[in-house]
Design a binder for this molecule. Sequence first.
Ligand code: HEC
Ligand code: HEC
Length: 227
Amino acid sequence: MLLSGCASPHGQPQKGSEILAPNEVLEFGTLYAENCAGCHGAEGRGSAAIALSDPVYLAIADDTVMRKVIANGVRGTSMPAFAQSAGGMLTDKQIDVITSGMRSRWSRQGTLAAANPPSYAATSAGNTGRGELAYKTYCEACHGSGGRGSAKGSAITDGSFLALVSDQGLRTVVITGRPELGAPDWRGDVSGKPMSDQEVTDVVAWLASRRVQNSGQPYAASNYAQH
Ligand code: HEC
Ligand code: HEC
Protein backbone atom coordinates (compact mmCIF):
# COMPACT_ATOMS: atom_id res chain seq x y z
CA MET A 1 0.00 0.00 0.00
CA LEU A 2 2.68 2.42 1.05
CA LEU A 3 4.78 1.57 -1.92
CA SER A 4 2.09 2.20 -4.48
CA GLY A 5 0.99 5.31 -2.64
CA CYS A 6 4.39 6.91 -2.81
CA ALA A 7 5.50 5.59 -6.17
CA SER A 8 3.66 8.14 -8.24
CA PRO A 9 4.33 11.83 -7.99
CA HIS A 10 1.54 14.10 -6.77
CA GLY A 11 -1.02 15.07 -9.33
CA GLN A 12 -0.22 12.22 -11.63
CA PRO A 13 -2.60 9.33 -12.12
CA GLN A 14 -1.45 6.05 -10.71
CA LYS A 15 -0.81 3.13 -12.98
CA GLY A 16 -4.01 1.25 -13.71
CA SER A 17 -6.29 4.16 -12.94
CA GLU A 18 -6.42 5.43 -16.51
CA ILE A 19 -9.91 5.68 -17.93
CA LEU A 20 -10.07 3.70 -21.12
CA ALA A 21 -11.31 5.31 -24.29
CA PRO A 22 -14.46 3.50 -25.48
CA ASN A 23 -12.61 1.79 -28.30
CA GLU A 24 -9.98 0.43 -25.88
CA VAL A 25 -12.40 -1.56 -23.73
CA LEU A 26 -11.66 -5.24 -24.32
CA GLU A 27 -13.42 -6.81 -21.38
CA PHE A 28 -16.35 -9.01 -22.42
CA GLY A 29 -18.61 -8.19 -19.45
CA THR A 30 -18.35 -4.45 -20.01
CA LEU A 31 -18.77 -4.66 -23.78
CA TYR A 32 -21.80 -6.92 -23.44
CA ALA A 33 -23.43 -4.86 -20.69
CA GLU A 34 -22.96 -1.58 -22.52
CA ASN A 35 -23.93 -2.69 -26.01
CA CYS A 36 -26.18 -5.74 -25.85
CA ALA A 37 -27.87 -6.18 -22.48
CA GLY A 38 -30.49 -3.53 -23.20
CA CYS A 39 -32.13 -5.80 -25.79
CA HIS A 40 -30.75 -9.31 -25.09
CA GLY A 41 -30.93 -9.06 -21.29
CA ALA A 42 -28.34 -9.05 -18.51
CA GLU A 43 -25.95 -12.01 -18.83
CA GLY A 44 -27.61 -12.94 -22.13
CA ARG A 45 -30.77 -14.09 -20.37
CA GLY A 46 -33.11 -12.53 -22.93
CA SER A 47 -35.40 -9.54 -22.92
CA ALA A 48 -37.10 -7.99 -25.96
CA ALA A 49 -34.62 -9.97 -28.11
CA ILE A 50 -33.56 -13.61 -27.75
CA ALA A 51 -31.44 -15.03 -24.92
CA LEU A 52 -27.94 -15.18 -26.38
CA SER A 53 -26.78 -17.36 -23.48
CA ASP A 54 -29.20 -20.13 -24.49
CA PRO A 55 -26.90 -23.13 -25.11
CA VAL A 56 -29.30 -24.39 -27.80
CA TYR A 57 -28.87 -21.12 -29.70
CA LEU A 58 -25.10 -21.28 -29.32
CA ALA A 59 -25.11 -24.87 -30.56
CA ILE A 60 -26.92 -24.06 -33.82
CA ALA A 61 -25.28 -20.69 -34.65
CA ASP A 62 -21.57 -20.73 -35.39
CA ASP A 63 -19.16 -17.89 -34.69
CA THR A 64 -19.05 -16.75 -38.31
CA VAL A 65 -22.80 -16.22 -38.36
CA MET A 66 -22.87 -14.43 -35.00
CA ARG A 67 -19.90 -12.24 -35.83
CA LYS A 68 -21.48 -11.19 -39.10
CA VAL A 69 -24.77 -10.22 -37.43
CA ILE A 70 -23.01 -8.29 -34.68
CA ALA A 71 -20.85 -6.45 -37.20
CA ASN A 72 -23.53 -5.67 -39.79
CA GLY A 73 -26.78 -5.81 -37.84
CA VAL A 74 -30.01 -7.08 -39.34
CA ARG A 75 -31.54 -4.67 -41.78
CA GLY A 76 -35.19 -3.83 -41.14
CA THR A 77 -35.03 -4.89 -37.48
CA SER A 78 -33.80 -3.21 -34.31
CA MET A 79 -30.55 -5.23 -34.31
CA PRO A 80 -27.92 -2.51 -34.89
CA ALA A 81 -24.69 -2.77 -36.87
CA PHE A 82 -21.79 -2.49 -34.43
CA ALA A 83 -18.75 -2.54 -36.72
CA GLN A 84 -17.15 0.81 -37.45
CA SER A 85 -17.04 -0.28 -41.09
CA ALA A 86 -20.85 -0.47 -40.98
CA GLY A 87 -21.36 2.81 -39.13
CA GLY A 88 -21.18 1.36 -35.61
CA MET A 89 -18.93 2.13 -32.66
CA LEU A 90 -16.99 -1.07 -32.07
CA THR A 91 -13.62 -2.12 -33.45
CA ASP A 92 -13.11 -5.51 -35.10
CA LYS A 93 -11.15 -6.57 -32.03
CA GLN A 94 -14.04 -5.69 -29.73
CA ILE A 95 -16.45 -7.66 -31.91
CA ASP A 96 -14.09 -10.66 -31.69
CA VAL A 97 -14.05 -10.34 -27.90
CA ILE A 98 -17.85 -10.31 -27.77
CA THR A 99 -18.24 -13.26 -30.14
CA SER A 100 -15.65 -15.46 -28.48
CA GLY A 101 -16.82 -14.37 -25.01
CA MET A 102 -20.37 -15.49 -25.73
CA ARG A 103 -19.03 -18.83 -26.89
CA SER A 104 -16.66 -19.46 -24.02
CA ARG A 105 -18.97 -18.30 -21.25
CA TRP A 106 -22.33 -19.55 -22.37
CA SER A 107 -22.10 -22.51 -24.72
CA ARG A 108 -22.20 -26.01 -23.28
CA GLN A 109 -20.39 -28.88 -24.96
CA GLY A 110 -22.69 -31.67 -26.02
CA THR A 111 -25.91 -29.66 -25.65
CA LEU A 112 -27.38 -31.14 -28.81
CA ALA A 113 -25.48 -34.41 -28.82
CA ALA A 114 -27.44 -36.84 -31.01
CA ALA A 115 -30.29 -34.33 -31.35
CA ASN A 116 -29.81 -33.66 -35.09
CA PRO A 117 -31.20 -30.09 -35.06
CA PRO A 118 -32.53 -28.30 -38.15
CA SER A 119 -29.81 -26.28 -39.88
CA TYR A 120 -29.35 -22.70 -38.68
CA ALA A 121 -30.11 -21.21 -42.09
CA ALA A 122 -32.79 -22.40 -44.50
CA THR A 123 -31.45 -24.44 -47.39
CA SER A 124 -34.55 -24.05 -49.59
CA ALA A 125 -37.31 -21.51 -50.13
CA GLY A 126 -40.04 -23.36 -48.28
CA ASN A 127 -43.62 -24.04 -49.23
CA THR A 128 -46.36 -21.87 -47.75
CA GLY A 129 -49.10 -24.49 -48.19
CA ARG A 130 -47.15 -27.11 -46.28
CA GLY A 131 -46.13 -24.38 -43.86
CA GLU A 132 -49.73 -23.68 -42.98
CA LEU A 133 -50.24 -27.36 -42.19
CA ALA A 134 -47.08 -27.38 -40.08
CA TYR A 135 -48.39 -24.32 -38.27
CA LYS A 136 -51.60 -26.17 -37.39
CA THR A 137 -49.68 -29.19 -36.17
CA TYR A 138 -46.97 -27.49 -34.17
CA CYS A 139 -47.96 -23.96 -33.26
CA GLU A 140 -51.70 -23.37 -33.26
CA ALA A 141 -52.27 -24.85 -29.80
CA CYS A 142 -50.37 -21.88 -28.33
CA HIS A 143 -50.40 -19.13 -30.95
CA GLY A 144 -54.05 -19.59 -31.86
CA SER A 145 -55.97 -19.95 -35.06
CA GLY A 146 -54.20 -18.23 -37.97
CA GLY A 147 -51.41 -17.10 -35.61
CA ARG A 148 -53.67 -14.50 -34.05
CA GLY A 149 -52.63 -15.39 -30.51
CA SER A 150 -54.11 -17.14 -27.48
CA ALA A 151 -53.60 -17.13 -23.73
CA LYS A 152 -50.59 -19.44 -24.27
CA GLY A 153 -48.74 -17.48 -26.94
CA SER A 154 -48.77 -14.06 -28.57
CA ALA A 155 -50.02 -13.09 -32.03
CA ILE A 156 -47.25 -13.89 -34.52
CA THR A 157 -48.96 -13.04 -37.80
CA ASP A 158 -49.62 -9.52 -36.61
CA GLY A 159 -48.41 -7.03 -39.23
CA SER A 160 -46.51 -4.97 -36.69
CA PHE A 161 -44.70 -8.03 -35.31
CA LEU A 162 -43.77 -9.42 -38.73
CA ALA A 163 -42.62 -6.03 -39.97
CA LEU A 164 -39.79 -5.94 -37.43
CA VAL A 165 -38.46 -9.47 -37.57
CA SER A 166 -36.34 -11.08 -40.29
CA ASP A 167 -37.02 -14.49 -41.77
CA GLN A 168 -33.88 -15.78 -40.06
CA GLY A 169 -35.09 -14.24 -36.80
CA LEU A 170 -38.30 -16.27 -37.14
CA ARG A 171 -36.34 -19.41 -38.02
CA THR A 172 -34.03 -18.97 -35.06
CA VAL A 173 -36.98 -18.72 -32.65
CA VAL A 174 -38.76 -21.70 -34.19
CA ILE A 175 -35.59 -23.80 -33.71
CA THR A 176 -34.46 -22.55 -30.31
CA GLY A 177 -37.75 -21.43 -28.75
CA ARG A 178 -37.56 -18.74 -26.10
CA PRO A 179 -36.72 -20.89 -23.09
CA GLU A 180 -36.77 -17.88 -20.78
CA LEU A 181 -40.41 -17.22 -21.79
CA GLY A 182 -41.60 -20.81 -21.88
CA ALA A 183 -41.56 -21.19 -25.67
CA PRO A 184 -40.45 -24.70 -26.67
CA ASP A 185 -37.61 -25.45 -29.06
CA TRP A 186 -38.15 -27.50 -32.25
CA ARG A 187 -38.34 -30.71 -30.23
CA GLY A 188 -40.98 -29.57 -27.79
CA ASP A 189 -43.94 -28.16 -29.73
CA VAL A 190 -45.59 -31.55 -29.95
CA SER A 191 -44.35 -34.07 -27.43
CA GLY A 192 -42.31 -36.85 -29.04
CA LYS A 193 -42.49 -35.26 -32.52
CA PRO A 194 -39.57 -32.94 -33.29
CA MET A 195 -40.01 -30.66 -36.32
CA SER A 196 -38.02 -31.63 -39.40
CA ASP A 197 -35.72 -29.16 -41.11
CA GLN A 198 -38.25 -28.93 -43.96
CA GLU A 199 -41.14 -28.23 -41.59
CA VAL A 200 -39.20 -25.40 -39.98
CA THR A 201 -38.45 -23.95 -43.42
CA ASP A 202 -42.09 -24.27 -44.48
CA VAL A 203 -43.60 -22.74 -41.35
CA VAL A 204 -41.28 -19.75 -41.66
CA ALA A 205 -42.26 -19.37 -45.33
CA TRP A 206 -45.91 -19.34 -44.28
CA LEU A 207 -45.33 -16.77 -41.52
CA ALA A 208 -43.31 -14.59 -43.91
CA SER A 209 -46.13 -14.77 -46.46
CA ARG A 210 -48.39 -13.11 -43.87
CA ARG A 211 -46.30 -9.93 -43.97
CA VAL A 212 -48.16 -6.91 -45.18
CA GLN A 213 -45.98 -5.39 -47.84
CA ASN A 214 -46.47 -1.65 -47.80
CA SER A 215 -45.11 -0.12 -50.95
CA GLY A 216 -42.34 2.32 -50.23
CA GLN A 217 -41.68 0.78 -46.84
CA PRO A 218 -38.75 -1.53 -46.37
CA TYR A 219 -39.58 -4.71 -44.51
CA ALA A 220 -37.30 -7.27 -42.97
CA ALA A 221 -36.29 -10.08 -45.26
CA SER A 222 -33.76 -12.82 -44.87
CA ASN A 223 -30.94 -10.45 -45.47
CA TYR A 224 -28.17 -11.70 -43.25
CA ALA A 225 -28.26 -15.44 -43.68
CA GLN A 226 -26.76 -15.09 -47.14
CA HIS A 227 -23.29 -16.27 -46.46
C1 HEC B 1 -31.77 -2.31 -29.94
C2 HEC B 1 -31.87 -3.73 -29.65
C3 HEC B 1 -30.67 -4.62 -29.85
C4 HEC B 1 -29.38 -4.42 -29.42
C5 HEC B 1 -28.81 -3.24 -28.67
C6 HEC B 1 -28.65 -5.62 -29.78
N1 HEC B 1 -29.47 -6.50 -30.41
FE1 HEC B 1 -28.93 -8.29 -31.18
N2 HEC B 1 -30.78 -8.50 -31.98
C7 HEC B 1 -31.84 -7.65 -31.77
C8 HEC B 1 -32.98 -8.16 -32.50
C9 HEC B 1 -34.37 -7.55 -32.52
C10 HEC B 1 -32.56 -9.32 -33.18
C11 HEC B 1 -33.39 -10.21 -34.11
C12 HEC B 1 -33.30 -9.61 -35.51
C13 HEC B 1 -34.02 -10.47 -36.52
O1 HEC B 1 -35.24 -10.36 -36.63
O2 HEC B 1 -33.35 -11.25 -37.21
C14 HEC B 1 -31.17 -9.51 -32.81
C15 HEC B 1 -30.38 -10.54 -33.28
C16 HEC B 1 -29.11 -10.83 -32.82
C17 HEC B 1 -28.35 -12.00 -33.19
C18 HEC B 1 -28.75 -13.04 -34.21
C19 HEC B 1 -29.76 -14.01 -33.69
C20 HEC B 1 -30.01 -15.07 -34.74
O3 HEC B 1 -31.14 -15.19 -35.21
O4 HEC B 1 -29.04 -15.77 -35.11
C21 HEC B 1 -27.16 -11.94 -32.52
C22 HEC B 1 -26.01 -12.92 -32.58
C23 HEC B 1 -27.19 -10.73 -31.73
N3 HEC B 1 -28.39 -10.08 -31.95
C24 HEC B 1 -26.17 -10.33 -30.92
C25 HEC B 1 -26.13 -9.07 -30.32
C26 HEC B 1 -24.98 -8.58 -29.60
C27 HEC B 1 -23.73 -9.36 -29.31
C28 HEC B 1 -25.27 -7.29 -29.24
C29 HEC B 1 -24.35 -6.29 -28.59
C30 HEC B 1 -23.06 -6.08 -29.23
C31 HEC B 1 -26.63 -7.01 -29.70
N4 HEC B 1 -27.10 -8.11 -30.36
C32 HEC B 1 -27.32 -5.83 -29.50
C33 HEC B 1 -31.84 -6.52 -31.02
C34 HEC B 1 -30.71 -5.94 -30.47
C1 HEC C 1 -46.33 -24.63 -25.85
C2 HEC C 1 -46.72 -23.37 -26.45
C3 HEC C 1 -46.02 -22.92 -27.71
C4 HEC C 1 -45.88 -23.60 -28.91
C5 HEC C 1 -46.35 -25.01 -29.25
C6 HEC C 1 -45.22 -22.68 -29.81
N1 HEC C 1 -44.96 -21.51 -29.18
FE1 HEC C 1 -44.12 -19.88 -30.01
N2 HEC C 1 -44.04 -18.99 -28.21
C7 HEC C 1 -44.64 -19.46 -27.06
C8 HEC C 1 -44.41 -18.53 -25.97
C9 HEC C 1 -44.87 -18.70 -24.54
C10 HEC C 1 -43.63 -17.48 -26.51
C11 HEC C 1 -43.05 -16.26 -25.80
C12 HEC C 1 -44.09 -15.29 -25.38
C13 HEC C 1 -44.94 -14.89 -26.53
O1 HEC C 1 -44.45 -14.21 -27.44
O2 HEC C 1 -46.09 -15.31 -26.52
C14 HEC C 1 -43.45 -17.80 -27.93
C15 HEC C 1 -42.78 -16.97 -28.82
C16 HEC C 1 -42.76 -17.17 -30.18
C17 HEC C 1 -42.23 -16.22 -31.14
C18 HEC C 1 -41.58 -14.91 -30.79
C19 HEC C 1 -42.59 -13.87 -30.53
C20 HEC C 1 -41.93 -12.59 -30.07
O3 HEC C 1 -42.68 -11.72 -29.62
O4 HEC C 1 -40.71 -12.47 -30.17
C21 HEC C 1 -42.41 -16.74 -32.37
C22 HEC C 1 -42.02 -16.14 -33.70
C23 HEC C 1 -43.03 -18.04 -32.18
N3 HEC C 1 -43.22 -18.27 -30.85
C24 HEC C 1 -43.35 -18.88 -33.21
C25 HEC C 1 -43.82 -20.17 -33.01
C26 HEC C 1 -44.04 -21.12 -34.09
C27 HEC C 1 -43.86 -20.80 -35.55
C28 HEC C 1 -44.43 -22.27 -33.49
C29 HEC C 1 -44.70 -23.60 -34.17
C30 HEC C 1 -43.63 -24.12 -34.98
C31 HEC C 1 -44.50 -22.04 -32.06
N4 HEC C 1 -44.12 -20.76 -31.81
C32 HEC C 1 -44.92 -22.99 -31.13
C33 HEC C 1 -45.35 -20.64 -26.94
C34 HEC C 1 -45.42 -21.62 -27.90
